[in-house]
Ligand binder design. Structure first.
Ligand SMILES: [Fe+2]
Length: 232
């Protein structure tokens, strides 16, 4: 079985996966919970702290396998140092035995479904809370939050191998036109533009994203997830 949910910002929003909110007793490590970015489990710039070790062990003890794409609330310096592996047709970082980071621009085949993944997003809370000064960079904010041209192109190339047709698209943020429908003042960034291109060129059944801290269904079979945990 495959479940999907939104940002977990460990430790702040991980409780949605606690047994009181999400009954996982019937699941096994061959079942999956996919987090649509802002996992937050690899965060402290000084290295793993007690809190991080605790929450990763907590997840590892769950009966399911945790899969996450990255959002903008991740420590990319540390995330990219985890062992890289091929898994179900795409590239991952192995965080723990059953916690995997689904890398950008990959297509995974899981339980007979194909998933295109593209993490990343712009931190709109940069500023007083999460600064843009030089000392904040690589401590609480990482420029890698927006995918590089190479990562975006890898995504296009991998989609081409599937004739631009996948079952599901998993991203952190949404296509530009959908963003503008929701926030008329928003201009979007190059990642929103990329998602717009993907939306217009790739055939998909459903698209799931996180980032906006809401649970809403949009046009074009796009669903924003935050607290909801949905069964695919
Ligand atoms: Fe978030």
């Amino acid at each position: 079985m495959i479940y999907l949910t939104g940002d977990t910002h460990i430790p702040f929003d991980i409780n949605k996966l606690s047994s009181s909110n999400f009954d996982s007793n019937h699941l096994t490590k061959d079942d999956y919970v996919i987090i649509c970015g802002d996992f937050g489990g690899i965060w402290n710039y000084k290295g793993p702290d007690k809190e991080e070790i605790y929450w990763l062990a907590w997840l590892e003890e769950k009966p399911f396998t945790t899969l996450f794409i990255d959002g903008n609330h991740e420590n990319f310096t540390r995330l990219y140092k985890f062992e890289e592996m091929n898994w179900h047709g795409g590239r991952i970082h192995k965080i723990r035995n059953s916690i995997f980071h689904l890398m950008r621009g990959q297509v995974f085949e899981i339980e007979g479904h194909t998933f295109f993944t593209m993490g990343g997003g712009t931190s709109i809370d940069r500023g007083p809370m999460r600064g843009t000064t030089e000392q904040d960079q690589y401590r609480i904010w990482w420029p890698e939050e927006i995918p590089s041209e190479e990562e975006m192109q890898e995504g296009r190339d991998n989609l081409k191998k599937y004739n631009n047709k996948v079952d599901y698209i998993i991203t952190h943020c949404m296509p530009k036109s959908e963003l503008k429908k929701m926030f008329s003042f928003a201009s979007g960034d190059k990642l929103n533009e990329y998602h717009e291109e993907i939306m217009n060129t790739v055939e998909y059944k459903h698209w799931y994203c996180g980032h906006y801290h809401k649970d809403i269904d949009l046009d074009n079979n796009i669903t924003i997830l935050f607290n909801n945990i949905i069964h695919l």
